[in-house]
Design a protein around this ligand. Structure first.
Ligand code: ZN
Ligand code: ZN
Ligand code: FE
Length: 755
C-alpha cells in the first residue's frame, strides 16, 4: 500500500474536475480526497502501487473535455490510512488557478432545453459544469457562486440537490439555474416598458426579427444587434442607424447544415464553429447556393467572405430555432465603441438603433465580445481574441516578475504575467471614445483584482500620444517602453514558442519608430540578447499625416512623389481634386505635416489607390483587403522586380521603385487588376525571402496586421520553405495590434532580465 499525491494546475476548476476524480476513485476502489486549491486541484489516494499508476493515467486520459491541464506532479508517499473518498473544502492561498472562458452550450444541455418533458424545457439560462458562462460572470476567484453575478439568485431545492450531488453533471456548477429559481427574459420597448416576459418575450422578439425589426439582445458578454440577414431593408436600416456603411456584419446561423449551404466549409472550419469556444469563423461564400433562402448583398458587400457563428447559449439556440434563418448578430454599440453590457445603459446607448430590447436579469460582470478566427493551413488563427479564449494564458519557459502591459491604441487589449503565465485580456477595442477608455480602465483594475496581482513593471508602447502609454506612465510602478513592432515580434514568439536567434518581420499600418519616422515594414535581427532593425521598406512621405490612414490616395501621392516630378499624373482621374492636390503637394515639398513612413500597410493603400480600388476608406485595412480580394482565383507566379539596397552602418532598404513602375505599366496596358495584385503580393514575398537570405537566420517570425492577408501569408510561408527557412506565424494571439500587449510583457521581461 502506498499513497499517491497528484497536484494538477491549469484550467481545472469549475469544469467538473473534482466530481470526475470522485467517480474515478470509486471506480478504482481508492480511498482519499480531492480538493481545489489556489493553484488547481490536489488529489491524494491510498492503494496498491499498480492501481495507483492506472488511476493517475486515467486522470489524464479521461479528464473533463473542457479542462486544460497545464502541469501535473505526482509523488508516492507512505499510505495515510484513508477509509473513504471525500471532496474536501477549497483551500486559500495565492491565486494561480485559471479563470475559464465562457463556453458554448454542451450537447446534454441542448437536449434538455429541447425536451418538453424536461424541467428546463425552453429555459434560456440552462448550463452545467461542461458549459455556460464563466469569465463574463466572475467577480473574483476562487470561482464560487457568491463571487459571481449569480449570487443574487437562490437555488431552488431541485437545483441545490444537483449542485451537491457529485454524481450529477451540475455538481458545483456555479451558474446552475432553472425556470423556478434562475434569471428570466423580458422584452422591452425602446423606453424600457416591459412588453412581455419569459418565453413570451423570446417568441415575441423572434416574431419582430422576422418582421425586419432590429432587436438588441442581451446575451453572454454583452448586447448584440440582431436583424434579418435576408432583408435589404433591415440591413440598410441597421447600417444607417449604426453609422457603418461597408464593413461586413457577422452572421448567426440556426444550424451548421444551413452554414454549409451558404459557405464553403472545411473540416477545420466546421470544428471551430462547433467547438465550446464557438467563435465567428471567416468563411468563403458559395456562389452556387440555392436553398431558397437568401442573404442580402449588403451584409458583406464586395467581400468574398462571411463572418459566421452558431448560437452558443440556450437563449441564442431557442431564438434561432424560432427564426429559422440566418440573422445579423453584430455587437451592440455605435461603430468603434465597446460592446454594451447593461440593459439600463443600453436604453441610452442603443437609443435610435434598436427598435426593441430582449434583456435578462443576470448581470454581466465584464464585456466579452465574440472572437473572430480564420482557419489557415487547417488550424485556427485568432484575429480577435475574446469570448471562448480570454482569459486563458499562454505560458513562457521563463519564470519572472509580474508585468502588466497596456497594449497599443487600436484593437487594444491588456496583458498580465504571473509566473510563467501571460494572461491577455479580452478585446477592448480602439481607444478613441470615452466608453473605450472606461472599458480600458475597468479591464485594467479587474484583471489585477481577479488574479490578486501586484505587477512590478508596466510595459507600454513608445508612442508618446497613445492614451495606453500615458496611462502607463502615470502609474507609480516602474515602466518600460517597448517599440511597437518589437512587441509584435515578441507576441509571435510567445505565441509560437520560438526563441532567438531569428529574423522577426513586423508589417502593419503604423507604429512609433525610434528614428522619428513612422514604422510599419520592419525587419529585426534577434540574437542572444540584442534586437537590431536590420531592414525596412523604402520610406515615403504621408501628406496630411494621420489622415492618410483613412485616405489611401494620400499614401499613393506621397509614394509617387518619390518617383515622379508630377505624381498626380499616375493617379486615377478624380482621385484628388486639383485644390486638394495643390495642398498635398505643398505639404510634401515643404515637409510640413508629411511624416516619413516605412509602413507596409500604407504601401498596400498606395497600390490600392493607384489601381482605383479605394481612394478613401471607412475601416482599417479596407483598401488592403480589397487589393487582396481582387486576386480572386487568379493564379500566377509572376512578379515585379524589387531591389534590396545594402547601406553601410544602416538597415537594408527594400526598394519598391521597380515594383511600382511595373504596376503603372501593367495598369496602363489594361492588365487585369487581379493579376497585377497577385504579382504585387508575389513581389513582396520575394522581397522578404531576399532579406531573409541576406540575414541568414533560418527561423523567421511573421507578425503585424499585414499578415492577416492570407494570400501574402501563404506566399511568404511557401517561399521561405522553398529556400530551407521556416516561418513562425500567429495562432493563439492576433497578428494585429490585439497581440501587442502580451508581446510587450515578454519584451519587457527580456529587457529587465538583461539589466
Ligand atoms: Zn451543459
Ligand atoms: Zn432551480
Ligand atoms: Fe501594429
Amino acid at each position: 500500500m502506498q499513497r499517491l499525491r497528484l497536484e494538477i494546475s491549469g484550467a481545472v476548476q469549475g469544469v467538473g474536475f473534482r466530481p470526475f476524480v470522485y467517480r474515478l476513485a470509486h471506480r478504482y476502489g481508492l480511498a482519499g480526497w480531492v480538493s481545489n486549491t489556489s493553484k488547481g486541484v490536489v488529489i491524494e489516494v491510498d492503494g496498491d502501487t499498480e492501481v495507483l499508476a492506472q488511476f493517475a493515467q486515467a486522470v489524464l486520459n479521461e479528464k473533463p473535455s473542457v479542462s486544460i491541464v497545464q502541469n501535473i506532479s505526482s509523488k508516492y508517499l507512505l499510505a495515510a490510512g484513508y477509509s473513504s473518498f471525500k471532496i474536501l473544502k477549497s483551500t486559500g492561498g495565492k491565486r494561480e488557478a485559471f479563470v475559464l472562458p465562457d463556453l458554448a452550450t454542451c450537447g446534454d444541455c441542448m437536449l434538455e432545453i429541447l425536451d418538453p418533458e424536461n424541467r428546463r424545457y425552453r429555459y434560456p439560462f440552462t448550463n452545467c459544469t461542461n458549459c455556460g458562462p464563466r469569465y463574463s460572470i466572475i467577480n473574483a476567484i476562487p470561482y464560487d457562486r457568491p463571487q459571481t453575478t449569480m449570487s443574487r439568485f437562490r437555488m431552488c431545492s431541485k437545483c441545490r440537490d444537483e449542485y451537491e450531488d457529485p454524481y450529477d453533471r451540475r455538481f458545483h456548477a456555479q451558474p446552475n439555474a432553472c425556470p423556478q429559481c434562475g434569471p428570466h427574459l423580458e422584452l422591452w420597448d425602446s423606453e424600457g416598458i416591459i412588453l412581455a416576459k419569459r418565453d413570451d418575450a423570446l417568441i415575441r422578439a423572434s416574431e419582430e426579427i422576422l418582421e425586419g425589426k432590429i432587436i438588441a439582445v442581451k446575451g453572454l458578454g454583452g448586447f448584440h444587434l440582431i436583424t434579418l440577414a435576408s432583408s435589404d431593408e433591415a440591413v440598410r436600416t441597421l447600417r444607417s442607424r449604426k453609422g457603418r456603411k461597408m464593413k461586413p456584419f457577422a452572421l448567426m446561423f440556426p444550424s451548421i447544415s444551413l452554414v454549409s449551404e451558404f459557405c464553403m466549409l472545411s473540416h477545420g472550419e466546421r470544428e471551430s464553429l462547433q467547438s465550446p469556444r464557438s467563435p465567428i469563423v471567416l468563411l468563403k461564400k458559395r456562389d452556387d447556393q440555392d436553398s431558397g433562402m437568401c442573404i442580402s448583398k449588403l451584409v458583406s458587400p464586395s467581400n468574398p467572405e462571411y463572418g459566421v457563428m452558431l448560437p452558443y447559449t440556450p437563449l441564442h439556440i431557442l431564438l434561432m430555432k424560432e427564426i429559422g434563418e440566418p440573422v445579423i448578430a453584430t455587437s451592440g454599440n455605435l461603430s468603434d465603441e465597446p460592446i454594451c453590457t447593461d440593459e439600463i445603459e443600453a436604453l441610452h446607448r442603443l437609443e435610435g438603433i434598436a427598435d426593441l430590447l430582449l434583456v435578462h436579469n443576470r448581470p454581466i460582470a465584464r464585456h466579452v465580445d465574440d472572437s473572430i478566427v480564420r482557419i489557415f493551413d487547417k488550424k485556427e488563427m485568432i484575429l480577435r481574441r475574446a469570448r471562448g479564449y480570454a482569459p486563458l494564458p499562454l505560458s513562457m519557459d521563463e519564470k519572472a516578475v509580474s508585468v502588466l502591459a497596456t497594449g497599443g491604441h487600436l484593437k487594444n487589449t491588456l496583458a498580465l504575467s504571473i509566473g510563467k503565465n501571460v494572461f491577455t485580456s479580452q478585446h477592448i477595442g480602439d481607444l478613441e471614445t470615452v466608453q473605450a477608455l472606461e472599458a480600458f480602465d475597468e479591464v485594467w483594475s479587474s484583471i489585477e483584482a481577479l488574479y490578486n496581482a501586484d505587477p512590478e513593471i508596466i510595459a507600454y508602447d513608445m508612442h508618446p500620444d497613445y492614451i495606453s502609454s500615458q496611462r502607463a506612465r502615470e502609474s507609480q510602478i516602474r515602466s518600460i517602453p517597448v517599440q511597437h513592432h518589437i512587441a509584435h515580434i515578441y507576441s509571435c514568439m510567445l505565441d509560437s514558442g520560438v526563441r532567438p536567434p531569428l529574423l522577426g518581420i513586423a508589417w502593419d499600418g503604423t507604429g512609433y519608430g525610434t528614428d522619428g519616422t513612422v514604422w510599419g515594414g520592419e525587419f529585426f535581427h534577434l540574437t542572444g540578447g540584442t534586437v537590431s532593425r536590420i531592414a525596412h521598406l523604402r520610406c515615403f512621405p504621408l501628406p496630411g499625416g494621420e489622415k492618410a490612414a483613412r485616405e489611401p490616395r494620400r499614401s499613393a501621392l506621397g509614394l509617387l512623389s518619390e518617383l515622379f516630378d508630377d505624381p498626380g499624373q499616375h493617379l486615377p482621374s478624380g482621385a484628388i481634386i486639383p485644390a486638394e492636390m495643390a495642398i498635398m503637394k505643398k505639404m510634401i515639398s515643404s515637409k510640413l505635416n508629411s511624416p516619413i513612413t516605412s509602413s507596409a500597410g500604407r504601401l498596400f493603400d498606395a497600390v490600392a489607390s493607384i489601381l482605383d480600388l479605394h481612394q478613401t476608406i471607412e475601416f482599417e485595412g479596407q483598401a488592403a483587403m480589397a487589393l487582396e480580394h481582387a486576386i480572386g482565383d487568379t493564379e500566377t507566379d509572376e512578379s515585379y522586380p524589387i531591389e534590396i539596397l545594402e547601406l553601410a552602418e544602416k538597415p537594408m532598404v527594400i526598394d519598391w521603385a521597380p515594383l511600382i513602375h511595373g504596376i503603372i505599366i501593367d495598369a496602363s496596358n489594361g492588365i487585369d487588376t487581379g493579376i497585377i495584385s497577385a504579382k504585387f503580393h508575389n513581389t513582396l514575398a520575394e522581397g522578404i525571402a531576399a532579406v531573409a537570405r541576406r540575414v541568414g537566420e533560418k527561423k523567421v517570425v511573421l507578425s503585424g496586421g499585414c499578415f492577416q492577408n492570407v494570400y501574402l501569408l501563404k506566399r511568404v510561408v511557401q517561399i521561405l520553405e522553398k529556400i530551407g527557412y521556416k516561418a513562425f506565424i500567429h495562432r493563439n494571439l492576433p497578428p494585429n495590434d490585439g497581440g501587442i500587449a502580451p508581446g510587450q510583457v515578454m519584451a519587457a521581461l527580456m529587457m529587465n532580465s538583461e539589466k
